[in-house]
Write a protein that binds this ligand. Structure first.
Ligand code: SAM
Length: 267
């Protein structure tokens, strides 16, 4: 969608982009092509788009997929998409609240303020999609892809990497949007995978990680009372802090703590 087309549509729809709804519309053909290429849509797939807006991405997805479902919170944009793209199944609602439909892939240029809330719904949900191609604030992209001991490494990193391999595909300049946001964005691709160490059912992974990163510089043995043998069992030093443990080590700790409790009704 060109800048002129976006401006014309905004006038036609009598719509002033809402900051609260993160309405920064993509106007860069190159960026739209990169997202479409990364989505790698196959004809038999169901694609879910969050926030179709004026349809810049929607049209590319609908051209390629058997089925596109889109969730849009803004009623005026939801009506517009319904009329312009009747082949798209439009859900008028809040992507943080509505029941998420089953899909193969998710493609979205997410509103900044709710990007992590929406992401968490997918990565922690019961049926995580095979691939997500998301445009998010650059800082969020770096958190998703971070490695241990890096300042960006945290609970969001581990919850995402537990189920997905993360690739930062492309940094997107504010100039690629109308209106231009104050920050840089990045396109990230998340591919479903199994971690090298499997998480045992009932292992308290999320709880431990969340607590561990509440004070990321504090030693885990003091913060969470994790025994030296447990840390040693995953190859970590007794003085280890949350940010020093790899995904596999966190899984190992969660598995060990599950095994050491009298779970499953055992006497
Ligand atoms: N996909 C379009 C594009 O790339 O030009 C628009 C992207 S714009 C960054 C974000 C879109 O998400 C807007 O259309 C906005 O109305 C919509 N939106 C904001 N909050 C939402 C929510 N909670 N649920 C669903 N859509 C939302």
């Amino acid at each position: 969608m060109t800048p002129t087309e976006v401006r014309q549509l905004l006038v036609e729809l009598d719509l002033r982009p809402s900051k609260a709804l993160g309405q920064n519309f993509l106007i860069d053909g190159n960026v739209l092509e990169i997202i479409a290429r990364e989505a790698d849509v196959r004809s038999q797939e169901t694609i879910l788009e969050i926030g179709p807006g004026l349809g810049a991405l929607t049209v590319k997805l609908a051209d390629r997929a058997d089925k596109v479902i889109a969730i849009e919170k803004d009623g005026r944009l939801a009506n517009f998409i319904r009329q312009r793209y009747p082949e798209v199944e439009l859900i008028h609602g809040d992507a943080c609240k509505v029941e998420l439909p089953a899909c193969d892939k998710v493609v979205a240029n997410l509103p900044y303020s709710i990007s992590t809330a929406i992401l968490e719904r997918f990565v922690e949900g019961a049926a995580p999609p095979r691939r997500l191609v998301l445009t998010v604030q650059k800082e969020v992209a770096l958190r998703l892809a971070a490695r241990p001991r890096h300042k960006d490494y945290g609970a969001l990193t581990l919850f995402t990497q537990l189920r997905y391999h993360v690739t930062v595909v492309h940094v997107v300049s504010p100039r690629c949007f109308i209106p231009a946001p104050n920050v840089e964005s990045a396109i990230v691709a998340l591919d479903r995978r199994e971690p090298r160490v499997l998480l045992a059912p009932g292992a308290p992974f999320h709880q431990l990680v969340r607590q561990g990163f509440q004070q990321r510089r504090k030693m885990l043995r003091k913060l969470l009372g994790i025994a030296d043998e447990v840390l040693d069992g995953v190859g970590a030093v007794p003085t280890a802090r949350a940010e020093e443990l790899s995904l596999e080590q966190w899984i190992g700790v969660a598995n060990a703590l599950r095994e050491s409790t009298p779970a499953d009704g055992a006497q």
